[in-house]
Unconditional design. Sequence first.
Length: 187
Amino acid sequence: MTIENFRIEALDTSHFVRPALVRYEQDGVEKSWEIIRAYDSVAILIYDKDLDAFVLVRQFRPAVYLHDAKGMTVELCAGIVDKEASLAQIASEEVTEECGYEVPPERLVRVTAFHTSVGFAGSKQTLYYAEVDQSMKKGEGGGIDDESIEVVTLPVQEASGFLYDESVVKTPGLMFAFMWWFERFSR
């Protein structure tokens, strides 16, 4: 992958995030804080029993590129909540679009929900768990439209080391999901 002509420009209109200034009073002191209003999201920890591996996604993230010369992240399968559908339905669709597995919403296990980017966005992410096998693989994944998502598998026996490998950019949600899994399914 080659990145060229990378530049930052002022944003006049936005489709996914909206910057704002919040003004409030706290303990009698007037304050203000810059925030980003962003969509909530779903994320799915996918475990393939046949491979004894986690199914993750690797993709370029421009915001990470500002701080890391590669700009590549390894993440859970995830997506924003930008339509009228249950969170489980949105999560199910993301698993198919990004990773190629068909997992009906009723087969997803809701783990928990938490707030992300609390210093500037505070949006909520709902974490699900999906156990799959190769018979559920119906496509290659990779995303839709112009998404450029690479599906990667991480053998369970390598996940613990991966968790603390600072050379790989990963999200706190992925790290939490692995810790949750190891707490419940550790051999």
